[in-house]
Design a protein around this ligand. Structure first.
Ligand code: OGA
Ligand code: NI
Length: 198
Protein backbone atom coordinates (compact mmCIF):
# COMPACT_ATOMS: atom_id res chain seq x y z
CA UNK A 1 0.00 0.00 0.00
CA UNK A 2 1.43 3.37 -0.94
CA UNK A 3 -0.09 5.03 2.14
CA UNK A 4 2.23 2.91 4.32
CA UNK A 5 5.19 4.13 2.27
CA UNK A 6 4.09 7.75 2.58
CA UNK A 7 3.79 7.26 6.36
CA UNK A 8 7.24 5.68 6.53
CA UNK A 9 8.84 8.61 4.66
CA UNK A 10 7.07 11.20 6.84
CA UNK A 11 8.07 9.38 10.04
CA UNK A 12 11.62 9.29 8.73
CA UNK A 13 11.68 13.08 8.56
CA UNK A 14 10.18 13.36 12.05
CA UNK A 15 12.58 10.83 13.61
CA UNK A 16 15.86 11.42 11.78
CA UNK A 17 15.49 14.37 9.36
CA UNK A 18 15.11 12.17 6.27
CA UNK A 19 13.08 9.31 4.91
CA UNK A 20 14.38 6.67 2.51
CA UNK A 21 12.38 3.75 1.18
CA UNK A 22 12.93 1.04 -1.41
CA UNK A 23 10.38 0.12 -4.08
CA UNK A 24 8.66 3.49 -3.84
CA UNK A 25 7.83 2.87 -7.49
CA UNK A 26 7.54 -0.59 -9.07
CA UNK A 27 10.40 -1.93 -11.23
CA UNK A 28 8.14 -1.80 -14.33
CA UNK A 29 7.99 1.98 -13.87
CA UNK A 30 11.76 2.13 -13.41
CA UNK A 31 12.20 0.30 -16.74
CA UNK A 32 9.69 2.42 -18.64
CA UNK A 33 10.92 5.71 -17.15
CA UNK A 34 14.50 4.74 -18.06
CA UNK A 35 13.41 4.17 -21.66
CA UNK A 36 11.60 7.52 -21.81
CA UNK A 37 14.64 9.21 -20.27
CA UNK A 38 16.93 7.67 -22.89
CA UNK A 39 14.65 8.75 -25.74
CA UNK A 40 14.49 12.28 -24.43
CA UNK A 41 18.23 12.41 -23.86
CA UNK A 42 18.97 11.20 -27.40
CA UNK A 43 16.42 13.69 -28.68
CA UNK A 44 18.47 16.54 -27.19
CA UNK A 45 15.89 17.46 -24.54
CA UNK A 46 18.39 17.63 -21.64
CA UNK A 47 20.35 20.71 -20.56
CA UNK A 48 23.15 21.24 -18.08
CA UNK A 49 21.55 22.36 -14.84
CA UNK A 50 22.30 25.74 -13.28
CA UNK A 51 22.02 26.98 -9.74
CA UNK A 52 21.17 30.59 -10.39
CA UNK A 53 21.42 33.20 -13.08
CA UNK A 54 22.57 32.50 -16.66
CA UNK A 55 25.62 34.77 -16.45
CA UNK A 56 27.13 32.61 -13.69
CA UNK A 57 26.72 29.43 -15.69
CA UNK A 58 30.42 28.55 -15.94
CA UNK A 59 30.85 28.95 -12.22
CA UNK A 60 27.74 26.79 -11.71
CA UNK A 61 29.44 23.92 -13.51
CA UNK A 62 32.05 23.70 -10.77
CA UNK A 63 29.20 23.13 -8.33
CA UNK A 64 27.05 20.75 -10.38
CA UNK A 65 27.38 19.19 -13.81
CA UNK A 66 24.32 17.00 -14.15
CA UNK A 67 21.92 17.35 -17.08
CA UNK A 68 18.19 17.70 -16.54
CA UNK A 69 14.84 17.64 -18.29
CA UNK A 70 11.74 19.02 -16.55
CA UNK A 71 8.60 16.88 -16.63
CA UNK A 72 5.52 18.76 -17.75
CA UNK A 73 2.12 17.16 -17.43
CA UNK A 74 0.97 18.27 -20.86
CA UNK A 75 3.84 16.55 -22.66
CA UNK A 76 4.23 13.61 -20.29
CA UNK A 77 4.29 10.06 -21.61
CA UNK A 78 1.90 7.62 -19.82
CA UNK A 79 4.44 6.33 -17.29
CA UNK A 80 5.70 9.85 -16.59
CA UNK A 81 2.10 10.85 -15.92
CA UNK A 82 1.68 7.87 -13.57
CA UNK A 83 4.75 9.09 -11.67
CA UNK A 84 3.44 12.66 -11.41
CA UNK A 85 0.02 11.39 -10.28
CA UNK A 86 1.72 9.27 -7.63
CA UNK A 87 3.40 12.44 -6.40
CA UNK A 88 -0.02 14.14 -6.37
CA UNK A 89 -1.21 11.41 -4.00
CA UNK A 90 1.85 11.82 -1.78
CA UNK A 91 1.35 15.61 -1.71
CA UNK A 92 -2.34 15.28 -0.86
CA UNK A 93 -1.50 12.78 1.87
CA UNK A 94 1.01 15.23 3.36
CA UNK A 95 -1.55 18.03 3.32
CA UNK A 96 -4.20 15.83 4.93
CA UNK A 97 -2.04 14.32 7.66
CA UNK A 98 0.65 16.94 8.35
CA UNK A 99 -1.23 20.18 7.68
CA UNK A 100 1.40 21.21 5.17
CA UNK A 101 0.05 23.77 2.69
CA UNK A 102 1.57 22.24 -0.42
CA UNK A 103 0.16 23.60 -3.68
CA UNK A 104 2.20 21.93 -6.35
CA UNK A 105 5.23 19.88 -7.17
CA UNK A 106 7.92 20.03 -9.85
CA UNK A 107 10.10 17.15 -11.02
CA UNK A 108 12.90 16.70 -13.50
CA UNK A 109 14.93 13.81 -14.82
CA UNK A 110 18.61 14.11 -13.94
CA UNK A 111 21.50 12.38 -15.68
CA UNK A 112 24.95 12.41 -14.12
CA UNK A 113 27.43 11.20 -16.73
CA UNK A 114 30.58 9.49 -15.46
CA UNK A 115 32.59 11.98 -13.39
CA UNK A 116 29.61 14.23 -12.62
CA UNK A 117 28.73 15.52 -9.15
CA UNK A 118 26.72 18.10 -7.23
CA UNK A 119 28.61 19.71 -4.37
CA UNK A 120 27.18 20.29 -0.91
CA UNK A 121 24.08 22.53 -1.03
CA UNK A 122 20.58 23.29 0.21
CA UNK A 123 17.66 22.96 -2.24
CA UNK A 124 15.99 26.19 -1.19
CA UNK A 125 17.15 29.31 -3.00
CA UNK A 126 17.74 32.50 -1.06
CA UNK A 127 15.19 34.44 -3.12
CA UNK A 128 12.62 31.67 -3.34
CA UNK A 129 11.36 29.80 -0.32
CA UNK A 130 8.62 27.88 -2.14
CA UNK A 131 10.41 24.52 -2.08
CA UNK A 132 9.46 22.75 1.15
CA UNK A 133 10.32 19.10 0.57
CA UNK A 134 12.85 17.42 -1.72
CA UNK A 135 12.19 13.98 -3.18
CA UNK A 136 14.63 11.97 -5.26
CA UNK A 137 13.68 8.72 -6.95
CA UNK A 138 16.50 6.66 -8.45
CA UNK A 139 16.48 4.62 -11.65
CA UNK A 140 19.79 2.69 -11.40
CA UNK A 141 19.73 -1.07 -11.07
CA UNK A 142 22.44 -2.91 -9.09
CA UNK A 143 24.32 0.15 -7.89
CA UNK A 144 27.54 -0.88 -6.16
CA UNK A 145 29.61 1.10 -3.66
CA UNK A 146 32.44 1.21 -6.24
CA UNK A 147 30.12 3.02 -8.63
CA UNK A 148 30.42 6.15 -6.45
CA UNK A 149 27.68 8.74 -6.98
CA UNK A 150 26.30 8.37 -3.48
CA UNK A 151 23.93 10.94 -2.06
CA UNK A 152 25.46 12.29 1.16
CA UNK A 153 23.06 13.79 3.71
CA UNK A 154 24.73 16.07 6.25
CA UNK A 155 22.79 15.09 9.36
CA UNK A 156 23.47 16.58 12.81
CA UNK A 157 25.07 13.31 13.94
CA UNK A 158 27.28 13.08 10.85
CA UNK A 159 27.15 12.35 7.12
CA UNK A 160 24.91 9.56 5.86
CA UNK A 161 25.61 8.00 2.46
CA UNK A 162 22.81 6.58 0.35
CA UNK A 163 23.26 4.54 -2.83
CA UNK A 164 21.09 5.67 -5.78
CA UNK A 165 19.44 2.25 -6.23
CA UNK A 166 16.50 1.79 -8.60
CA UNK A 167 13.07 2.35 -7.03
CA UNK A 168 14.51 3.99 -3.90
CA UNK A 169 13.08 7.36 -2.84
CA UNK A 170 14.78 9.81 -0.49
CA UNK A 171 12.75 12.58 1.13
CA UNK A 172 13.82 15.57 3.27
CA UNK A 173 13.16 19.22 4.11
CA UNK A 174 14.50 21.48 1.33
CA UNK A 175 15.35 24.36 3.67
CA UNK A 176 17.11 22.32 6.35
CA UNK A 177 19.18 19.46 5.09
CA UNK A 178 22.44 20.06 3.26
CA UNK A 179 23.43 17.29 0.90
CA UNK A 180 25.80 16.40 -1.91
CA UNK A 181 26.15 14.00 -4.83
CA UNK A 182 29.62 12.44 -4.89
CA UNK A 183 31.36 12.05 -8.27
CA UNK A 184 29.90 9.07 -10.05
CA UNK A 185 31.88 6.35 -11.82
CA UNK A 186 28.85 5.19 -13.79
CA UNK A 187 25.95 6.99 -15.47
CA UNK A 188 23.53 7.90 -12.69
CA UNK A 189 19.84 8.58 -13.35
CA UNK A 190 17.03 9.90 -11.20
CA UNK A 191 13.79 11.82 -11.08
CA UNK A 192 14.30 14.66 -8.65
CA UNK A 193 11.81 17.22 -7.46
CA UNK A 194 10.18 19.38 -4.88
CA UNK A 195 6.88 19.77 -3.09
CA UNK A 196 6.06 23.45 -3.11
CA UNK A 197 3.99 26.00 -1.28
CA UNK A 198 2.35 28.90 -3.11
C1 OGA B 1 19.46 18.00 -6.37
C2 OGA B 1 20.11 16.92 -5.58
C3 OGA B 1 20.49 14.57 -5.17
C4 OGA B 1 20.59 13.24 -5.85
O1 OGA B 1 19.15 17.77 -7.56
O2 OGA B 1 19.25 19.09 -5.81
O3 OGA B 1 20.62 17.24 -4.55
O4 OGA B 1 20.82 12.24 -5.15
N1 OGA B 1 20.07 15.63 -6.01
O5 OGA B 1 20.46 13.17 -7.07
NI1 NI C 1 19.80 19.02 -3.86
Amino acid sequence: MSVDKFEFLINGIIDKDYGAIDNFIPMEWVDLLSLRLEERFENGEFKFAGIGKEEFFDRDKEIRNDQIHWLYRKEAQPTELLFLEHMDRFMNYLNKTCFTALHDHEFHYAVYKEGSFYKRHLDQFRNDESRLFSAICYLNKDWKEDDGGELVLYLPEGPKRILPEAGRLVFFRSDLLEHEVLPTNRERRSITGWMKTA
